[in-house]
Ligand binder design. Sequence first.
Ligand SMILES: CC(C)(COP(=O)(O)OP(=O)(O)OC[C@H]1O[C@@H](n2cnc3c(N)ncnc32)[C@H](O)[C@@H]1OP(=O)(O)O)[C@@H](O)C(=O)NCCC(=O)NCCS
Length: 178
Amino acid sequence: MKLTEHILSFIRIVYFRPMSLLMRDVSIQDSMELLEWRNEPSVRKFSHDPGPIKRETHDIWLKHRLVNLPHQPFWVFTKNFEKIGFIRFDLGQLKNEHKVSILLNPQFRGEGYGTLILTQSIEICLARIPYPSFCANIHKDNTASRKLFLKCGFFESETEGNFIRCKRITDSFVHSTN
Ligand SMILES: CC(C)(COP(=O)(O)OP(=O)(O)OC[C@H]1O[C@@H](n2cnc3c(N)ncnc32)[C@H](O)[C@@H]1OP(=O)(O)O)[C@@H](O)C(=O)NCCC(=O)NCCS
């Protein structure tokens, strides 16, 4: 795809689809829905640990994760006061490498919201963080997720067991001194 086609498709997705979303930081009030969606069987089966997540474990994890806001983004997207999806960017061991996790409301999957949320979130991160890179670990059978990340500029770099590591490297410009 040519650069102009990429730009046009981004503009179409973000501005012309009748699905503009609001974005805010996740708060402890989002805990129940987040746990419910995390525990959905179709989500558990593609996770590293496929067992159900206990409420206490989830609450402790969420409280700790919220401490990292706003430095490590964790956002919820809503439409007409309804939650559409969560996305978070966890800083890894490599400098500026953000591990992306995205989770859609089961009622709104397959309608393009995942694409919208991932695209918009990456644009916001790129504007805020100098030279970020992004990665995601995706179960090899998670077709929707693999398609989503490939569509949003990621490439599949290596496989470990059932998981594929996807990466998105940000271009940086080297200025000539001439
Ligand atoms: C993965 C997920 C975020 C995708 O979001 P979504 O809103 O459902 O995806 P979109 O509608 O934007 O579609 C993205 C691509 O996946 C494809 N897709 C969507 N649902 C699909 C399905 N059930 N099976 C196969 N492909 C599917 C779409 O066709 C689209 O590809 P295309 O543009 O080439 O046609 C969402 O399904 C989800 O939350 N799944 C559970 C959690 C999860 O797996 N998270 C990812 C782990 S990092």
